[in-house]
Design a protein around this ligand. Sequence first.
Ligand SMILES: [Zn+2]
Length: 848
Amino acid sequence: MISLLLMMLAAGAAADSVDRGISESLARERAAALSGVRYDLAFTIPADRQQPVEGTVRLRAILPNPRRIVIDFSAPKARIHSVRIGDASVSPVFVEDHLIIPAEATRAGENSIAIEFTAGDEALNRNDDFLYTLFVPARAHLTFPCFDQPDLKARYSLSLDVPAGWQTVANAPESARTEDAGRLRVRFAETKPLPTYLFGFVAGRFSVERATRNGREFRMFHRETDAAKVARNRDALFDLHAAALKWLEDYTAIPYPFEKLDFILIPSFQFGGMEHAGAILYNAASLMLDETATQNQLLNRASTISHETSHMWFGDLVTMQWFNDVWMKEVFANFMAEKIVNPSFPNVNHELRFFLANYPDAYSIDRTAGTNPIRQPLANLDDAGQLYGAIIYEKAPTVMRQLEMILGEQRFRDGLREYLKKYAYGNATWLDLIRILDAKTPENLAAWSRAWVEERGRPEFTVTLQRSKTNTIQRLTLTMRDPQGRTLVWPQRMRVSLGYSGAQKDLAVYANASRTVVKEAAGLPMPLFVLPGGGGLGYGLFLIDQQSATYLLANMAQIRDPLTRGAAWVTLWDNVLEGRVDAGALIDAALVALSAESDEQNTQRILGYVSNAYWRLLSQDQRLARAPALEAALRAGLGRAGTTSLKSAWFSAFRDDVLTPDGVAWLERVWRRDERIPGLTFAETDEIAMATELAVREVPNLQQILQMQLDRTENPDRKARFAFVMPALSADPQVRGQAFERFRSLDNRRREPWVLESMSYLNHPLREADSERFIRPSLELLTEIQRTGDIFFPGRWMDAALSGHRSPRAAAIVRDFLAQELEYPQRLRWTVLSSADGMFRAAALSAR
Ligand SMILES: [Zn+2]
């Protein structure tokens, strides 16, 4: 007994030591010791957003024996007003990001700790008449004292005290309300077990729409002021949620795991959506669509809703143990979304959709020196935001499809059912899932997972064709190379397309070695082109041979299969960036091919490549030389398009690419409503986009246009955003300089979409020379942005900062910065290298 006491005294110093943020070791310590966690939370939200939000929490947890309890809370000393255990007041130890309840104040069994505190505003997203919480990945402890890690799931009982007239919504249903003296008090039922990052609430002035589908009531909270727009969208939004829910109940064989489902449309939300259990948040603009919505916008909306609804099972019901596996919930949400959306769009080519929605975005990171593995180690949740990006959202679904092909659809589904059932309302790791799936196949999934999941980058493929004496294929060999020199092999099922005049032959190949001979090719006639990425299946950089490139550029319209055309364009674009296909040649070929393209998804993709090549890879002189032909082709496409969606795609391309005085004057007449485009009815958001594009082109009366657009804008949320962005559009370099300087202050960076839009105009290619002065300060701000911003902000900030640059000078600024900052965190270095990739390539190509 004595020796134990001495040991405890000796350990006294260590008992107060804890890392900043939430380290993996702290998380393991707590997960091993704590159970039965419950929060009884109350927040008082004042009408004036300058006044602090006050809160109380009664935190309960079961301990096996007395021991210290480390509670996460940012800046605790200044913001904790009292701490009590039972009736006794306790003096905790305050360290950065934590308060520590000493062991002697605790006991075996349930401990109930009551804390009064002032909430931090960082994760509350406070606006004048609404606020919403966003705690992912570990930002709950900026708002209230908690155990901010995903595997200490807890039940929450929440009360909110808000100004009368406000709406409130949280994870669980409302259980009681009272109203007096201008205040509304709402109590919510206790939730199912949830991690802190899925706990959330919204309060403020919202309109509420209700609908019943399949016997279940759904509610939609929104701030849209255009009644016709709401009426046009509401049924589709309820239908999409109901269809997704039904599909998931069937697929998982598990009924919807939470009590109710509400969704809240947030203006200028920083993500596409956030899957708070029972209360999903969305970016209003991507759900409430205008009449000018394109097919891609409609598909993306359905995918976003299906993605967030899938999370109710994948992520919310079963949660990753630690954020290193955050990709699992994202890949399943995206992978399920692809399956769910299909039946709602019977006229869409869904294989093409899967290919175009995933591969190009995955390549945009995986081709860069800053790419990352799907699964990454994570020592501290402070760095969890760095895990998010195209690799987990877009590469991982292609990897998951390969896994499904290995197992077969049914065994794959059965494995997922087993996994969800076994870990329901709990946590699991990737290895827990692989163990379940591995038992269902003779293939070694652990080895397969290593190359695809644990390592970064993509393979590089070349094709060798040997011709026989009779002019047929003697041998077709696929060579897979690891461009990073690790001699990795990425085992994958592929389809090699061979093109002939008016015909095409697709050969199934399993490439699982550095050299694979495609046996079925032997004896076939020599093809006009070879496309190893045919069928949109293979993943990698497919270096194209000269004959295939020339044929495809000249004859794309001859290829009948839309998926082969889509795969060909993606391959050609990769080869443009490799310097093997000329950017101007691609634009010329695209304008011809576009006039014959019958699939809208391909049309949008090709228009995107044209725009990218035009702004990114051509000099202003080269652009001006091509502008008349480009604009004529875009206007012709607009005239030819048979649907509103297609017209909208062509018009947007014209609006964003136009350069000639005649073209700009026409755009201005459309914006002024002096000219109408048959079949297109523009909404407020469309006119805002036109006004900003006119302004960045420095039309003579741009200040008047901006002012008029501001006056025209009726919706208060869109008006505030436009007013914020306006200085970034000024013709005066000094005003633009001030517009940039604002972002040094955190207060001016809180509405991230506003900041990003401003940054993209400040750094527009037409402002390239002037905005070089912003590059270095943007790099210098990145570490602070990573610390204070939400998960996608650092990458998007850097993308916007470099999006308009292509000069060797700009590239040198970034290279010099990275060379000087030797201590720069590895993941942020990757962020910079990914964002800079397009600029580096453009600079290298322009120097040739
Ligand atoms: Zn997600």
